[in-house]
Design a protein around this ligand. Structure first.
Ligand SMILES: C[S@@+](CC[C@H](N)C(=O)[O-])C[C@H]1O[C@@H](n2cnc3c(N)ncnc32)[C@H](O)[C@@H]1O
Length: 253
């Protein structure tokens, strides 16, 4: 029987949104998706990561020209990244990954802030660009879903607008992977498009579809993944879309 609740779930699913109730999250590997019409668990057919990689590979130079110097005009982001770097240094383990590093400018910033930073990105064109722009630093092609990093190795992980393309139903598993590579007391800084309400909102990002998140909902996922989200900054955007710029800082508990 279709209840208002299942009807709402079907509606979300049709929009490409998937925010299952906790009961389903506990019972189901996030590699599987619930088909709300049949109730069966299925593996996704389309791989959104391939679409994301292709999309970013097609805009490397344009993206770098627009964003590689952008933090010069973004004092709040600079402040949060500076705080993150200071807290990572204080753990005594300066090794830090910039996941979804794009053109590598924030990897360079972390390096300047005293971290042993390296960058990872799923788009090979971004990795090539980052290597050429910052030849002294290390960059590698890798997916955030499967990091080529040993357990508990890092003092910090920076995910600056790089989880925005991950469908909401896959975010818990993605966060678990970031937690896996953090040392106890290691820090995760997630920056993203913030929105009101309770649910993530899918929107047409200029490169490839993305999701904005209510900060409370994302903080809850961080806590579910074994992190303590202890600081946040939300501020008016520079973008015309009207989302907030949002930053959550969490520590591995
Ligand atoms: C909006 S850009 C952000 C780049 C950079 N962090 C910045 O703030 O300018 C998103 C980046 O994340 C990368 N990315 C998206 N999904 C990813 C995934 N699952 N694994 C690794 N990189 C990913 C994209 O290739 C792209 O370079």
């Amino acid at each position: 029987m279709i209840t208002p609740r299942t009807a709402a779930s079907v509606h979300l699913r049709q929009q490409g949104l998937y925010s299952p109730p906790c009961r389903i999250r506990q019972l189901t590997s996030t590699r599987h998706k619930i088909n709300y019409q049949t109730g069966y668990r299925v593996l996704p057919v389309a791989n959104h990561q391939d679409d994301t990689r292709t999309a970013y590979d097609g805009v490397v130079e344009l993206y770098a020209s627009l964003f590689a110097n952008r933090l010069e005009t973004q004092p709040f982001s600079r402040a949060m990244i500076g705080t993150f770097a200071e807290l990572v240094r204080a753990t005594g383990n300066p090794r830090a990954a910039d996941v979804g590093c794009g053109p590598g400018h924030l990897t360079a910033m972390l390096h300047e802030l005293g971290l042993d930073a390296f960058g990872l990105d799923l788009a090979p064109g971004m990795v090539d660009h980052a290597r050429q722009a910052h030849p002294a630093l290390r960059f590698q092609e890798a997916r955030m879903e499967s990091l080529p990093i040993e357990d508990g190795a890092l003092g910090g992980v920076l995910a600056h607008y790089s989880m925005i393309h991950t469908p909401p139903g896959e975010l818990p598993e993605l966060l678990s992977e970031q937690v896996r590579v953090l040392a106890p007391d290691g820090l995760l800084l997630v920056s993203f498009f913030g929105t009101d309400g309770q649910e993530p909102v899918r929107f047409n990002h200029k490169v490839t579809p993305a999701y904005s998140w209510p900060a409370d909902s994302l903080a809850e996922l961080l806590a579910d993944a074994g992190l303590d989200p202890f600081a946040r900054l939300l501020h008016d955007p520079a973008s015309e879309r009207g989302f907030l710029d949002a930053h959550l800082l969490a520590r591995r508990s």
